[in-house]
Design a protein around this ligand. Structure first.
Ligand SMILES: *Cc1c(COP(=O)(O)O)cnc(C)c1O
Length: 385
């Protein structure tokens, strides 16, 4: 029997049926009370999920558009910024900053490792920066950076703390205010389990003050235009919003808040931990180093002779599970399983089974059921399944 494949990529992620249903409702006009009420609820739900008292702005855009908005609104050409790069998305943030003429210093960390907050502190002692850019969850490697520790270093300085939370928000804890994050950026299609197309930015008072001074050219991304429209009652958008996506994302945020943030984070940990145990039980190595491993994405180092692209292809064609290979220099070398958002234990078992069978097809020595058993045993001891 043909069923739709199971999407276990590092984004986009599976969208719950309730969210899809909301998106298929008849179109409404955006300058109406009805739309304004939905948008007002979205704005409050975003604040709750970002764990912030500040405004969270919505742009119809991919996550990269959100990153660009963070560069053009708070910085000026020539501004010295430090980009902490632990993978592809750190590199992208640096490239965007360079494209707008910022003076970028990069602290590049070997892929698979997280940034050491002490190394960042040492850099900041030697040089004054207008901003520090950090990727929370590096999707290309399955590594998590310690935002709380970096935030502590930057608190009460003039340096803006800018965090790419595109693949972390809604999966792992990000306390925007408590951890002193000035600008956090995310997108709709990963942990927030909505379709792609919306980018969200939370902005602290310190960042709003910086925006007053910033001279990078901007029009569509201008945060003041967005804020001005949001101050209307009910709130509005400066230009035609992605109405269906706003409806869908609002429903997804409702679901996240109804489950409860601590419960959502605990579920991601429980699923990630079972996945990691399954992988190691199968004799494979996790690509991310101990202590840096993400609960959003599990990255698996391919043993010699195995190509991650082939395994991913088999998993999709023979077992209906879609995962991702590595990006850039990691192409073929790692396999990435996304377990973000609308994911439960059954989905993890499906992906592990597909991986076991595909490895077997490629003549990797394995007793079928090894990974599944490790996952089930872990949940058995930890009230999972
Ligand atoms: C996916 C992702 C992005 C880019 O998002 P797009 O919507 O593809 O532009 C940026 N940063 C991180 C950490 C991501 O995971």
């Amino acid at each position: 029997m043909q069923k739709e494949p199971l999407l276990m990529t590092p984004g986009p992620t599976v969208v719950p049926p309730a969210v899809l249903a909301k998106q298929s409702q008849a179109m409404i006009h955006h300058r109406t009370q009805e739309y304004g009420e939905i948008f007002a609820e979205l704005n409050q739900n975003l604040r709750d999920v970002f764990q912030t008292k500040n405004l969270v702005l919505t742009f119809p855009a991919a996550g990269t558009g959100g990153l660009e908005a963070a560069v053009v609104n708070f910085f000026s050409p020539g501004d010295k910024v430090l980009v902490i790069s632990v993978g592809v998305f750190g590199e992208r943030f640096a490239a965007i900053a360079q494209a707008f003429g910022l003076s970028v210093d990069k602290l590049a960390i070997p892929w698979g490792e997280a940034a050491d907050p002490e190394a960042i502190e040492a850099r900041l002692k030697r040089m004054a920066y207008k901003g520090v850019f950090v990727t929370h969850n590096e999707t290309s490697t399955g590594v998590v950076n310690n935002i709380a520790a970096i935030g502590k270093i930057l608190a009460d300085t003039d340096t803006l703390f800018v965090v790419d939370a595109v693949s972390s928000l809604g999966c792992i804890d990000l306390r925007t205010d408590a951890w002193r994050v000035d600008v956090a950026i995310t997108a709709s299609q990963k942990g927030l389990m909505a379709p792609p197309g919306l980018a969200f930015l939370s902005i602290s008072d310190k960042a709003w003050a910086a925006a007053e001074r910033a001279t990078c050219p901007r029009f569509y991304w201008d945060v003041f235009s967005v804020r001005k429209a949001m101050e209307k009652s009910p709130p509005q958008n400066p230009y035609t919003p992605a109405i269906s996506l706003v409806r869908g994302a609002n429903e997804a945020l409702r679901m996240i808040l109804a489950e409860g943030l601590p419960q959502v984070f605990a579920r991601h940990y429980r699923l990630a931990e079972a996945t990691r145990r399954a992988i190691e039980a199968m004799g494979l190595e996790l690509f991310a180093k101990v202590g840096a491993r993400s609960d959003c994405i599990t990255s698996i180092a391919m043993p010699p002779g195995l190509n991650a692209e082939n395994i991913a292809k088999l998993m999709e064609l023979h077992y209906g599970v879609i995962v991702a290979g590595g990006q850039e220099s990691l192409k073929g070398k790692i396999l990435r399983i996304g377990h973000m958002g609308y994911v439960n234990e059954h989905n993890i078992l499906q992906v592990i089974a597909a991986l076991e069978q595909s490895l077997k097809e490629e003549n990797y020595p394995l007793r079928l059921g090894t990974g599944i058993t490790a996952a089930l045993e872990y949940w058995g001891q930890n009230q999972g399944l």
